[in-house]
Ligand binder design. Structure first.
Ligand code: ADP
Ligand code: ZN
Ligand code: MG
Length: 484
């Protein structure tokens, strides 16, 4: 950020809820079906059809509210937000009014040291999270003369999470978005798929001169469908504002669209052109009332939250903050790690997950669930190393790739390939003697005090033993030989 300026960001996140059916009808809530396969009179907006509220969506909203430490409003009312668009069959969207079911929560992130001076944890306010329904999708590509409309998404439950204007850099916005993404996926209320639009984000961005009390004019940037683009769009927008502010140009509040191809934002509509949504309470739905009992039931069913899990990983398995954070990259990854850690050594399990397993995931572009590697087998591999049956290098380079290819259990692979670690003293002594005899000059140097050359001998013996000899024994026997 240019000195003398401060950027202020507030995110609005739309979370598609993983309910079985839609928000106000019994149609299935699934992605990728044939166009309009999941529609009915309610989500098509046919006259006379009546909406019925999905209780599962309410339960999911409550679980997010409780996870955010928010206030649950025991009475909130649905409203009609009216506008005309081809993919909005009713001519209005049902959303919540001035009172949202979830209000005043917060999410803690590490502050950005570049703008705050240190990385101390900072609470980012959540103003509200309200329930609403999604619109359908227009397809403009299919024809030059017509727009095709798919209403499978019309009426899919959404939770809109409105964050306070508390973020001060693109990095903080990124961390905040990651934290919420992790929260909703760990809670199991959203699949978090940004490409399919299940987790979407609009960024409100303004810039002010450092020390100014009032916020600058904000723009709302839409169409951000990856974490990277959120960051890029905020950086681009902040830089654009600074240029305007330095030129002394005034500009107005507006909505802009992010163009991922050009890496720029383009004006969509200005505040003057803002729509009048003619909000009014939805007459076909009763107010949403929540009882204390319902709140307690959801509270009891809450899974362990990511932050708690991270602290437990550090405590129980002796991991660093960084390792624990990396293991929480997804709920599946964290759960898999725990399965391995319980059956083998926790620290080793973390090393494998963040080393070989992550590399395999990157190389194949898969998720841990589809890698085809059983947690029990990875645990067995770690145990074979711990028991010194095979050495770590052999495990990584010879057994693990075969395990991934499904060539058997770690034990079977080690046996079949003759990979068992050699811990036989006589065999290693013989190798050591051979290597020493072959390198008299280096030996003289070691004896003269060249400590560094010892590593050379270790390497030579390991090589002579085809990488299978026990490295600790090699060291021990070499040392004894040097001392002679
Ligand atoms: P609206 O009434 O248009 O919905 P809100 O005041 O509710 O506007 O804010 C919507 C979003 O914009 C929130 O996420 C909020 O944090 C953010 N926001 C509000 N003012 C600013 C600002 N000056 N700069 C950046 N973000 C802002
Ligand atoms: Zn329907
Ligand atoms: Mg608002």
């Amino acid at each position: 950020m240019k000195p003398g300026f401060e950027v202020v960001i507030g995110l609005e996140i739309h979370v598609q809820l993983l309910t079985r059916s839609k928000m106000f009808c019994a149609c299935r809530n699934v992605y990728g079906a044939a166009p309009n396969a999941h529609t009915c009179p309610v989500c098509l907006g046919l006259p006379g059809a009546l909406p019925v509220l999905n209780k599962e969506a309410v339960r999911m909203a409550l679980s997010l509210g409780l996870a955010l430490g928010a206030r649950i409003q025991t009475k909130s009312v649905f409203y009609r937000k009216q506008y005309f668009y081809p993919d909005l069959p009713k001519g209005y969207q049902i959303t919540q009014g001035p009172v949202a079911v979830v209000e005043e929560g917060s999410v803690t992130i590490a502050g950005d040291p570049e703008v705050r001076g240190n990385a101390a944890p900072i609470a980012i306010r959540i103003e509200r999270a309200h329930l609403e329904e999604d619109a359908g999708k227009s397809n403009h590509e299919r024809s030059d003369t017509a727009t095709y409309v798919d209403l499978n998404r019309a009426g899919v439950p959404l939770l809109e999470i409105v964050g306070g204007p508390d973020l001060r850099s693109a990095n903080e916005a990124y961390d905040y978005l990651k934290a919420l993404h992790r929260l909703v996926t760990f809670l199991g209320i959203c699949d978090g798929n940004m490409e399919e639009g299940s987790f979407r984000c609009d960024a409100n961005v303004s810039v002010r001169r450092t020390g100014a009390a009032a916020f600058g004019t904000r723009v709302e940037v839409k169409n951000l469908n990856s974490f990277r683009h959120v960051k890029m769009a905020i950086e681009h927008e902040a830089a654009r504002h600074i240029v305007l502010l330095e030129k002394g140009e005034s500009f107005t509040q507006e909505t802009r669209g992010w163009d991922a191809d050009t890496g720029e934002t383009k004006s969509q509509r200005t505040k003057e052109a803002a729509m009048d949504y003619r909000f009014f309470p939805e007459p076909d739905l009763p107010a949403l009332t929540i009882t204390q009992d319902e709140i307690e039931t959801v509270r009891r069913a809450l899974p362990e939250l990511p932050e708690a899990r991270r602290n437990r990983f550090i405590r129980e398995y002796g991991l660093t903050d960084y390792e624990a954070g990396m293991l929480l990259q997804s709920r599946g990854f964290a759960t898999y790690f725990e399965a391995v850690a319980k059956a083998a050594n926790g620290k080793q399990a973390a090393n494998w997950m963040l080393g070989e397993v992550s590399r395999a995931l990157n190389e194949t572009g898969r998720e841990i669930e589809t890698l085809g590697l059983d947690a029990a087998q990875l645990a067995e591999l770690i145990q074979l190393v711990e028991a010194k049956t095979i050495n770590l290098n052999t495990a990584k380079e010879a057994v693990f790739p075969r395990l991934l290819r499904g060539e058997g259990t770690p034990r079977q692979i080690a046996e079949k390939q003759g990979l068992a670690q050699v811990s036989d003293r006589d065999t290693i002594e013989t190798l050591v003697q051979e290597v020493i005899r072959a390198h008299p000059e280096q030996l003289a140097q070691v004896k003269a005090g060249n400590e560094k050359l010892k590593g050379f001998f270790v390497g030579q013996v390991m090589k002579a033993g085809k990488g299978k000899v026990n490295p600790q024994l090699v060291n021990e026997i070499l040392e004894a030989t040097f001392d002679h």
